[in-house]
Design a protein around this ligand. Structure first.
Ligand code: BYC
Length: 318
């Protein structure tokens, strides 16, 4: 039996490995709270990828050309793939995917707030690729250096695909911004509606962030919510200018001293309302997920039966 002195020594060595930039691998010893925090973050990340297919999926039947439809379809399929890599990374920590999905469907696990906003026009599909995938990349580039090996390696591949997603969104915005007056108006409207929710993707301010301090100490997170948000704000200003659109934040100003843009305040009441289940689409997103999961039960049963027939272990397939 391990004494508390043994535990302390294990924790000390664990933190030293983190300081030395060594990756933690599935079979390595890790503090229970590190494991729990990682399962929380990675599974919520996976849920975001999967739920994130719904807003764009809404426009698959209404894409303006065959080319746009094929591109959007493959982008959405990539998101499903990202969800699968991430569920696999979370499973290496000992929690089966079925449990993670049950927590999502019971409302115990979150997913990114942005996916509770409706897609109303084709411009929204452009804004999602440009701003939502753009914000996701800023965060995920940093996560490529996260301390948990399977998560870090998953991020490398995901980032490559996300950068294609970001470009497809920006290309839609360029076409709309250089199109008719009506199309320009559509692009501006989508930018106005998605800009602020995209800033919320980085999470609350650092001083309000419940998990940041420990996650930074364990190098699960490599940069804080506010630092990543600032990077995104800075990179988006010239992109908006290139499109010839108006910036949705009237408070945006270059600060020579900080060498960053100052910006207006985010509506945190809206953020907390959305993450607590009261966004426009929370109910619809979850109902759709549950329905699709139930309709897919026969596939999981078939896989389990096939495995059993081939002499494998009888196990539930998530
Ligand atoms: N939405 O202590 P904090 C994509 C929660 S998908 C909802 O700062 P943390 C794409 C947070 O979970 C890419 N909830 O937390 C897919 C916590 O609640 P719990 C998605 C949020 O974890 C399809 C509480 O607020 N990317 O690219 O240290 C189509 C306190 O926050 C949000 C990821 O998931 C939010 N925005 O930091 C297109 C990246 N923000 O768990 C595109 C991985 C905060 O205590 N995740 N909360 O109940 C992370 O990097 C971190 O988890 C966060 C939050 C920066 C998001």
């Amino acid at each position: 039996m391990k004494t508390s002195a043994d535990e302390q020594e294990l924790e000390r060595r664990f933190q030293q490995r983190i300081e030395d930039e060594q990756k933690i691998e599935p079979k390595d010893w890790m503090p229970a709270a590190y494991r729990k925090n990682l399962i929380r973050q990675i599974s919520q990340h996976a849920h975001s990828e999967v739920i994130g297919m719904q807003p764009e999926g809404n426009f698959l039947t209404r894409a303006p050309s065959l080319r746009r439809k094929a591109v959007l379809l493959s982008k959405i399929q990539d998101e499903a793939g990202h969800g699968l890599y991430l569920y696999s990374a979370a499973e290496t920590l000992g929690t089966p995917r079925s449990e993670l999905i049950a927590a999502l469907q019971a409302g115990e696990a979150k997913y990114a707030s942005i996916f509770n906003y409706p897609t109303q026009t084709w411009g929204d599909v452009g804004a999602i690729g440009w701003l939502v995938d753009g914000a996701a990349i800023v965060n995920q580039i940093s996560l490529q250096r996260t301390s948990y090996g399977p998560y870090a390696r998953g991020m490398v591949r995901i980032c490559k695909e996300e950068s294609f997603h970001q470009r497809q969104g920006y290309e839609i915005m360029i076409a709309l911004a250089h199109g008719s007056a009506e199309q320009r108006e559509m692009a501006q409207d989508s930018l106005n509606r998605f800009y602020w929710p995209a800033l919320m993707m980085f999470g609350p301010h650092d001083r309000e962030s419940a998990h940041s301090a420990r996650s930074m100490q364990w190098k699960i997170k490599r940069e804080t919510n506010d630092d990543l948000r600032q990077k995104f704000i800075d990179q988006t200003v010239p992109q908006i200018a290139f499109l010839g659109l108006e910036h949705p934040d009237s408070g945006i100003r270059w600060n020579e001293e900080r060498q960053h843009y100052d910006h207006g305040e985010i509506d945190w009441n809206e953020f907390y309302a959305v993450i607590n289940g009261n966004g426009h689409c929370n109910r619809q997103r979850m109902e759709h997920h549950i329905r699709a999961h139930e309709e897919g039960a026969w596939v999981r049963d078939a896989i389990a039966a096939h495995r059993e027939k081939r002499g494998g272990r009888k196990q539930q397939v998530a």
